[in-house]
Design a protein around this ligand. Structure first.
Ligand code: BG6
Length: 461
């Protein structure tokens, strides 16, 4: 993700020619060794239309490497020496194991790699509950002010997620209905077909709730539910998101479902169960469904059904807004049946906004009026067919380099997210809620279907 994204910024001349990129990790590599590693990675991961050997060569000239053991202070002196004069600015992108955050920050401080002209981007996992995330955030805050800290949630770098704000706040027609008066419920689905993908240690310690809900899904919920910010800037947008996150009601045990994939078939391929992938028994969930409530005026009584899982029927991220029915059906006496409007915002893999509206089927109506639901379709892929689709990290890395934190997560947001998640995990522990098995290639355990059906709601499938 990182090298292809930086390469794209280079090729499109979005970064200054003088900008240098220094890789650092434990492995002993020379500058040339790192460039070779990068070249191979680019050849493997760049899309075909990006593979320009001259551009790759000039990109590799920007790269250098310094081996670093982050647990020793001296290592950071070598890194500082390699970086040379940083008075023109330094953007650090830190992706490391949680236990290395503190020593890394100490090392950066020790070697003069902090200060007003330095920003730091933090990649997850930033802890695994409120307490451990506070330890990391405190360590980072001892060296960097909040406006120098860029916490990454790669969903915010996705064009379609940003487009959700455009849909809501650049159009007049949705907002007057976007509340408990007009909306019956909201569904947010992030389903994946992939399984464990070899991430044994990390995933089994984390699970779907912390891997996907704590960050990506809560950010989608916050953007869907927030009030209109005064401006599209870091403070206004994040102020509104955090208000939503703080208004989340704790979830009761009967409003959530944990699942773990069993064997099955995904896209025609038979696949093994989670425990077989892992090689041992496990109580980690690979699926979660939650009925969430936002306790504020706008959303009073409107459930937000969330679900995410691995090895599901298809890869799909979408937000479904189910509007209420019209107050009175004037066609009823003539047999016309009405469905309530439904807005489907598909974030991936396709990018579209689809509003289901009622229309009359053309007919002389001698046997009554037939009304049918028809889609009003906006395909963003087609409407912007010439615009290049970018990896989320391209946008986020450029914003980090340019110093724009709008699409990064502020500490108070992360803490509100963790508070809600920690309470869910406490309930799981108290109620001894273990994951229910579901067949790979389906839509999760049957309890997830029951979660909505008992409210008379069906998941959008
Ligand atoms: C990551 C999770 O944050 O997001 C992964 O750790 C998950 O488990 C991934 O597969 C999904 O991202 P995307 O962009 O493919 O929807």
């Amino acid at each position: 993700m990182l090298l292809p994204s930086l390469f794209a910024l280079h090729e499109d001349e979005l970064i200054e020619p003088e900008l240098r990129i220094t890789g650092t990790a434990r492995s002993e590599l020379t500058d040339d060794g790192f460039r070779e590693f990068a070249r191979e990675a680019l050849e493997e991961y760049l899309p075909d239309d990006r593979r320009d050997s001259q551009q790759i060569a000039s990109f590799l000239d920007r790269l250098q490497y310094q081996a670093l053991d982050a647990t020793t202070l001296e290592g950071f002196d070598d890194l500082a020496a390699k970086l040379g004069d940083i008075s023109g600015g330094l953007s650090i992108f830190l992706s490391t194991a949680p236990f290395l955050f503190e020593p890394t920050i100490k090392g950066l401080q020790h070697s003069g790699l902090t200060g007003d002209h330095v920003r730091i981007g933090l990649e997850k996992p930033l802890g695994n509950d409120l307490a451990s995330s506070a330890v990391i955030n405190d360590a980072v805050a001892s060296a960097f002010a909040e406006d120098q800290i860029f916490r990454i949630d790669h969903y915010l770098g996705k064009e379609t997620v940003q487009n959700l704000m455009a849909l809501r706040f650049a159009n007049m027609m949705f907002e007057p209905l976007w509340n408990a008066g007009g909306i019956e419920h909201v569904q947010i689905t992030v389903s994946e077909t992939v399984g464990l993908e070899g991430r044994h240690g990390f995933y089994d310690d984390t699970g779907a709730l912390r891997d996907m809900v704590q960050n990506h899904m809560l950010q989608l919920l916050a953007i869907t539910a927030m009030e209109a910010p005064a401006d599209f800037d870091a403070t206004s947008v994040r102020d509104e998101k955090v208000k939503v996150l703080r208004s989340l009601r704790s979830v009761s045990a009967d409003e959530m479902v944990r699942g773990q994939y069993g064997s099955g078939a995904v896209s025609g391929q038979s696949v093994e169960s989670y425990e077989d992938d892992l090689g041992e028994a496990s109580d980690t969930e690979t699926f979660v469904a939650i009925k969430a409530h936002i306790d504020n005026w706008r959303w009073n009584g409107v459930p937000f059904y969330l679900r995410t899982g691995k090895r599901m029927a298809e890869r799909r991220s979408e937000i479904v807004i189910q509007f209420k029915c019209v107050p009175h059906n004037i066609f009823g006496a003539r047999g016309g049946k009405l469905n309530a409007n439904r807005l489907v915002i598909r974030l991936q893999p396709e990018e579209y906004v689809r509003l289901m509206v009622m229309a009359k089927k053309p007919s002389m109506d001698r046997d009554g009026v037939t009304l049918r639901e028809v889609p009003l379709d906006l395909s963003l892929t087609q409407a912007f067919s010439r615009a290049r689709r970018r990896i989320a990290y391209e946008r986020l890395l450029l914003d980090l380099i340019d110093g724009d934190p709008t699409l990064f997560v502020r500490r108070d947001e992360v803490e509100a997210q963790w508070r809600w998640i920690d309470a869910i995990r406490e309930t799981w522990a108290e109620e001894l809620m273990t994951p229910k098995s579901y067949g790979s290639g389906g839509w999760g355990p049957s309890a997830a279907i029951a979660l909505t059906e008992r409210d008379g709601v069906s998941w959008n499938e």
